[in-house]
Design a protein around this ligand. Sequence first.
Ligand SMILES: NC(=O)c1ccc[n+]([C@@H]2O[C@H](COP(=O)([O-])OP(=O)(O)OC[C@H]3O[C@@H](n4cnc5c(N)ncnc54)[C@H](OP(=O)(O)O)[C@@H]3O)[C@@H](O)[C@H]2O)c1
Length: 317
Amino acid sequence: MPSVHRCPEALLNLDLSGKVMVVTGGNSGIGRITVEQLVRQGAKVVLACRRVPEGRRVMDEIRTSGVRGQIVVEELDLASLQSVRDFSARVLQTHPMIHGLVNNAGIMNSPKQSTQDGFELQFGTNHLGHFLLTELLLPALKAGAPSRIVNVSSCFHDKAMGREGRIDFDDLNFERRKYDGWSAYAQSKLANLLHAKQLSKVLSGTGITAVSVHPGWVRSNLIHFSMPVFLQDILLRPLFRLAGMLEPWEGAQSSLFALLSPEIPQQSGKYFSQTGIYRAREANRGGWPLHSPNPHAHDDAVAERLYQVSRQLVGLV
Ligand SMILES: NC(=O)c1ccc[n+]([C@@H]2O[C@H](COP(=O)([O-])OP(=O)(O)OC[C@H]3O[C@@H](n4cnc5c(N)ncnc54)[C@H](OP(=O)(O)O)[C@@H]3O)[C@@H](O)[C@H]2O)c1
């Protein structure tokens, strides 16, 4: 089994006092660990979540472990563009400078549903919600430059359970083709990767770096649409671990590396992968960075078009 990529210890000991980070889905799984590590290093972290009481409970737990930084819990439902606008307005008012945005929240293989604005739920939540959030927070990211945007994508942008990731501009919301939860996940995760790729061009010269990451196959609640979480966490855990499933701490390594490594500004637009499952076996060991085996991930015209279409869909044009 390929060995797990780990963020160097020195980066996890950097002093982040005075830095402001925003982490979406910060109440659970990989996001929660990311928040915890950043506040341990002295950062102020905006923990963005859709279930505020749960976010506050997590904040209290992290605080009692004796961290140096600060956590602020803010409500954000990525499946509602109005919620994204409200969140961004509050954050811009209280935090005019942001040094890191981790677009981490996500859902996987959900049944056919729509966001409040009528988009297919995975494309709307995983990509469009984060797309609008990023655009609205740009003034603060520019004010905080050098700053970073980290999109948490997945190796499933390549192939998710056999479905190749591709952006179907003729039917982004599965209105004409038969809905398939894995195809929709693959499309949304390819969109996360292409979004970071295009941002690196759009933001060139601003001091803002944008990259995407794959966190690994991680034990978290993400599985809940595909199997009961207790099966993963209890009954199947030893088997899954042997097969390569990582713990959330290991899953947070790619995001932390992308946020903290001094190498990243020279690598804007690239994809940083923990171990994964790709069509090309040699890619399974991951890489920081990794050349995705999916040809669509290298199509500049698709990245540019997705950026323009997304601007229209979220009402920025
Ligand atoms: N786990 C893996 O094996 C794996 C592999 C590749 C990529 N990833 C990616 O890693 C990221 C983090 O996932 P995870 O594994 O840590 O799963 P997780 O524990 O389920 O965390 C997902 C987070 O996203 C939040 N979220 C979902 N829908 C939202 C919405 N509409 N608005 C705001 N927040 C929303 C969830 O909130 P609630 O707690 O309220 O549901 C939760 O905080 C995702 O982008 C996922 O695609 C994970």
